[in-house]
Design a protein around this ligand. Structure first.
Ligand code: NAP
Length: 313
């Protein structure tokens, strides 16, 4: 039989939101577990540098997340890495989380499962995954030394990753569906100094093609509908995020894209369930907002535990 654990608070996801809520929950003197399908750190662990996390000048994303983890450790947070969440019952009392390794009973749950890269959903994307199609420039950029790559999207991620890829690739195209980028103005300004990055506006990628690996993309001009080919060795789609909520769907109030609705205390539509970071409906998805969310969630989850009569632990 699977191992059974009882905790006051179980946190789903060990990125900045999850680790910050773990720190605040443990400091609230309640037993706290944090579960992740991978190791801890979430998306920022893949960022080369974090220029906009106050106090972390020239700190790598991985380094910063290691510090988050270390600090949670100091206060006795129990960490459960490499556990796939199979099912979640948020309505029952206690709330129950079944993972690939164990059963967790929880008085309160904080959902901090984050979001993942949206897929283009076009021909060739799946077929060439790992053979030219990548969603992680930091992980795969070095494979494209002196090659041509195409980044899809016009947001902060697309621009930052294009700039990162330009260190390796001889040429970087950014394909954006409109005539104006969505990225912050400061990034757009900085982009101008990159001589090997070219933006193709008003265009979408219709298909990714090649023999054994990616060799070209088929573009469609969104104004003229003209079809053209662009020779490229790699495709990096950065077209936004989709929330990691598979096991939660249907139990909680979510928006049309699946992001979780919360109130100002980050409580969800279910008593004793809170959401923090990229997984919730929020105007800004940054490490700093995720960390702040984690703190708010934990404080209110601890207050909630004080109000329920039957404690899990
Ligand atoms: P995003 O801001 O939502 O931008 C997504 C981009 O992809 C948009 O330009 C969008 O076009 C385009 N797009 C969406 N669906 C598409 C499709 N099917 N085909 C072609 N293009 C498509 O997403 P993001 O850049 O991943 O950023 C996510 C969040 O993280 C944002 O809040 C962002 O500010 C934040 N972030 C911040 C930083 C930073 O501050 N350093 C770095 C990375 C990310 P439209 O513009 O036409 O909608």
């Amino acid at each position: 039989m699977a191992q059974v654990y009882n905790f006051d608070i179980v946190i789903l996801g060990g990125g900045p939101a999850g680790l910050s809520s773990a720190l605040y929950a443990a400091r609230g003197n309640v037993s706290t577990a944090v579960i992740d399908i991978n190791t801890f750190g979430g998306q920022p662990a893949n960022y080369m540098t974090l220029e906009n996390y106050p106090g972390s000048i020239n700190t790598g994303g991985f380094e910063l997340m290691e510090k988050f983890e270390e600090q949670a450790d100091l206060f006795g947070v129990k960490k459960f890495p490499m556990q796939e969440i199979l099912s979640v019952d948020l309505i029952s009392n206690p709330k129950v989380i079944l993972t690939s390794e164990a059963r967790f009973n929880a008085g309160a749950v904080i959902i901090a499962t984050g979001a993942q890269a949206k897929k283009l959903g076009i021909k060739g994307e799946k077929e060439f995954a790992g053979r030219g199609v990548s969603y992680c420039a930091v992980c795969d950029g070095a494979f494209f030394k002196d090659k041509t790559v195409t980044v899809v999207g016009g947001g902060n991620s697309a621009i930052e990753e294009a700039m990162y890829l330009s260190r390796f690739a001889s040429k970087v195209y950014i394909v954006h569906r409109r005539n104006e980028l969505r990225a912050d103005k400061i990034l757009q300004e900085r982009l101008k100094s990159f001589s090997n990055i070219e933006i193709i506006y008003n265009s979408v990628v219709k298909e990714i093609a090649g023999e054994t690996a990616v060799s070209k993309v088929i573009l469609c001009n969104t104004i003229s509908n003209e079809i053209s080919e662009l020779q490229t060795d790699g495709v990096f789609p950065y077209i936004g995020m989709t929330p990691n909520v598979k096991e939660i769907n249907g139990q909680i109030k979510q928006d049309a894209m699946g992001f979780i609705h919360t109130d100002e205390n980050l409580k969800t539509s279910v008593e004793g369930v809170y959401a923090a970071g990229d997984v919730r409906v929020t105007p800004l998805r940054q490490v700093i907002t995720a960390a702040a969310d984690g703190a708010v969630c934990a404080v209110y989850a601890v207050k909630y535990l004080e109000t329920i009569k039957e404690k899990v632990v």
